[in-house]
Design a protein around this ligand. Structure first.
Ligand SMILES: [Fe+2]
Length: 94
């Protein structure tokens, strides 16, 4: 088992840092604020995770899906998101 390093700063043209929006039902998370991450067969976001206070919510994705997730969950004080790209690894919005 390998401990994955959380990356926080995008220096490439591909966008990996999760972008969180508060919505009426909870939170919407997309991968890339302005440009969405590819969702191709060999390069895609495997999952998006939302952490609200001490609760963790996760959505698994497949190639062809949109790189985003809608979490209909209660609002909290501390909110962050992580995602895993099968090529570029683990990213967090810190
Ligand atoms: Fe990627």
């Amino acid at each position: 088992m390998t401990l994955l390093e959380e990356k926080t700063a995008d220096t490439s043209e591909e966008k990996h840092v999760p972008f969180i929006q508060e919505i009426d039902e909870g939170y919407h998370v997309k991968i890339g604020e302005n440009a969405l991450h590819p969702m191709e067969e060999n390069h895609y976001i495997e999952w998006i995770e939302l952490i609200v206070d001490e609760m963790v919510y996760k959505k698994y994705l497949n190639p062809g899906d949109k790189p985003e997730a809608l979490f209909k969950v209660p609002r909290g004080e501390k909110v962050s998101a992580r995602e895993y790209c099968n090529v570029h690894g683990l990213w967090v919005n810190k």
